[in-house]
Unconditional design. Structure first.
Length: 181
């Protein structure tokens, strides 16, 4: 059984990670464990680069905290202003054997103006969603994407697809590693 450390204790992120690994490697068995580690970026990353860096930092911090695993996964949600509107997305970074790293990003969607206003006032996306939609802890449920699509797209599925993209190098190792001399 392969051990996966997810750099989060959010059940949605754990579920998405396990689902992605099971879909990409159905012949393998996996155990997923979540740990809380710092992203070393803002609580609400506000650019594509900062969001990616947060996911990468989480992977490295999880690896440092729990080096005895097979894979480490960082998932980081972020926002960015594009043409005066606020878009939302997330980066996934996976580190595996021989320090091979895979990266994937979710699709992007745009947030309603009221949610964007609350974020601009200093709230995180999950907190802004809770205020606008009258929910509690929506980020550990279906998140903004679920709220805005009426659960046509749920956060776990949205994240699963991006983790699958981050697993491409592990499915195709010969294409992503240099030959050993």
């Amino acid at each position: 059984m392969k051990k996966i450390i997810v750099a989060s204790e959010n059940p949605i992120k754990l579920q998405a990670t396990l689902a992605a690994f099971q879909r990409m490697f159905p012949e393998e068995q996996f155990a997923v464990e979540g740990i809380s580690v710092k992203s070393d970026v803002s609580d609400q990353p506000t650019s594509d680069n900062e969001t990616y860096q947060g996911a990468a930092n989480r992977v490295e911090n999880a690896h440092s905290a729990t080096p005895d695993a097979d894979f480490w996964v960082g998932l980081e949600g972020g926002i960015e202003i594009k043409n005066s509107e606020m878009e939302s997305f997330a980066w996934m970074v996976v580190r595996g054997p021989h320090n091979l790293v895979g990266k994937g990003r979710t699709a992007t969607f745009f947030l309603p103006p009221r949610v964007a206003e609350l974020i601009n006032e200093g709230k995180e996306l999950g907190e802004a969603d809770d205020i606008v939609f009258g929910k509690t802890n929506s980020k550990q449920a279906n998140g903004a994407v679920g709220l805005l699509t009426g659960d046509v797209i749920v956060r776990a599925g949205y994240y699963t697809e991006a983790v699958i993209l981050a697993l491409i190098p592990f499915k195709n190792t010969s294409l992503y590693t240099s030959p050993q001399l």
